[in-house]
Every structure is written in structure tokens, then in C-alpha cells.
Design a protein around this ligand. Structure first.
Ligand SMILES: NC(=O)c1ccc[n+]([C@@H]2O[C@H](COP(=O)([O-])OP(=O)(O)OC[C@H]3O[C@@H](n4cnc5c(N)ncnc54)[C@H](OP(=O)(O)O)[C@@H]3O)[C@@H](O)[C@H]2O)c1
Length: 183
């Protein structure tokens, strides 16, 4: 599959590596922007507060299947939207999903060491299901459907629960692959 990943950091760069290992063709796009018109899937992995800017800098997004991996840390989604993912949909008007925002990028290189395949949540449009589920599996995750795109705000808020679990000291049980000093 031809994939464009917007954001070259922990998540964008890490997923790009995993997908290239699975024989996908990945175009990596940084803050300078770029053309995604030949991509079959676009993954957005930039700081959540930068979502509008990143979409402005990307050309050829209209109608694309977009997977939004952003989280909102201490900021709200754009005014008038319950989630970043719904904002993305309003701008691209294509199949849209939220995924890859609830797993730590620091563990990408150890997915294969897990005792069982790690789950990864996604919610979004049915038209995005085939792409999202394939890209989850090709990154090493078992996709878990969390409902329509209207549930994206729940999935974005899930980060707060993850942080609370980590602060509560249960992270090492929740993420069985990670040593306690990384949680
Ligand atoms: N880290 C995790 O474990 C994790 C897990 C799940 C979800 N997330 C979420 O995923 C997103 C990315 O996290 P990350 O850890 O990968 O962050 P990161 O390592 O800081 O990388 C962010 C990347 O986004 C780029 N960027 C910033 N503004 C941009 C723009 N307007 N257009 C295009 N690219 C832009 C940055 O470019 P520069 O290098 O030029 O600054 C950087 O390469 C965040 O929303 C985060 O909350 C993170």
C-alpha cells in the first residue's frame, strides 16, 4: 500500500519503519508539508495542537482515507469539534479513523516479543475499516473496533486513563512488554 505519514517523530517515524518492514511504500512528510495525492492512506502523527497547520501544509488530502494518531495533551480540539479526528474529517471529507493514539511508540520495536498480540483501538468510518485494520496488523497489532468516528473523543480521552494507570503504578502490568522504569 502507498502510505503517507505526516510527522516524522516517535509515532510517525516508528510506524513508517514497521510498515516498510511489511513491504509498504511509505512517504515521510515533515512540518514543511508535502503532496499526499498518490497515497492510499494518510496517517497524521503530529502534536495534537498542530492539526490545522499540518492539514494546511498537506496537498492532495481531499477524499483520502486518513488515520489520525494524534493526542491532545493539555489542549482542546479545534473549536466546534469534539475531537481532532472529526476536525480532520471536516477538512478532508474522506474515510477517517482514529488509531495508533493509545499505544506507546517506545514499545514499537518490541511488539513481536509480547506474549500475545497487543491490541490497538480504532474508531471511525466503515469505509476506512479495511485500511485501518490492515495497517494495524502489518504494524503487529490486533485491531479492536471502538465504534464510529463520533467515539473519537472517547479514544482521545483514553490517554488520561492510560496516564492515570501509569501513575498508579500498574503500568508494568498493563503493558507487559515494558520494564517498570519506562512506565
Ligand atoms: N509518543 C507516543 O508514544 C505516542 C503514542 C500515541 C500517540 N502519540 C501522539 O502522536 C503524535 C506524535 O507524537 P510523537 O511522539 O511522534 O511526537 P514527536 O516525536 O515530537 O514528533 C512529532 C513530529 O511532528 C512534526 N510536526 C510538528 N508540526 C508539524 C506540522 N505542522 N506538520 C507536519 N509535521 C509536524 C515534528 O516535526 P519536527 O521534527 O520538525 O519538530 C515531529 O517530527 C502526538 O499527537 C502524540 O500525542 C504519541
Amino acid at each position: 500500500m502507498k502510505i503517507a505519514v505526516v510527522g516524522r517523530g516517535n509515532v510517525g517515524g516508528g510506524l513508517a519503519d514497521l510498515w516498510e518492514q511489511a513491504s509498504h511504500e511509505v512517504k515521510r512528510i515533515g512540518r514543511e508539508g508535502g503532496d499526499v495525492s498518490d497515497a492510499e492512506a494518510v496517517v497524521v502523527a503530529i502534536p495534537g495542537s498542530m492539526i490545522a497547520e499540518a492539514l494546511n501544509n498537506g496537498h492532495g488530502m481531499e477524499g483520502k482515507t486518513v488515520i489520525d494518531a494524534t493526542n491532545l495533551v493539555g489542549v482542546d480540539p479545534p473549536a466546534g469539534f469534539a475531537s481532532n479526528a472529526e476536525f480532520v474529517k471536516s477538512r478532508t471529507n474522506g474515510p477517517t479513523a482514529k488509531s495508533f493514539n493509545t499505544n506507546f511508540a517506545a514499545l514499537y520495536d518490541r511488539i513481536g516479543q509480547a506474549r500475545s498480540t497487543p491490541s490497538n483501538l480504532w474508531c471511525g468510518d466503515e469505509e476506512a475499516r479495511e485500511v485501518v485494520e490492515q495497517l494495524n496488523r502489518d504494524a503487529g497489532f490486533e485491531p479492536v473496533y471502538a465504534g464510529p468516528l463520533e467515539n473519537a473523543s472517547l479514544q482521545e480521552d483514553f490517554l488520561k486513563l492510560l496516564f492515570a494507570i501509569n501513575r498508579g503504578g500498574l503500568g508494568r502490568f498493563f503493558y507487559r512488554m515494558a520494564p517498570p522504569d519506562q512506565l
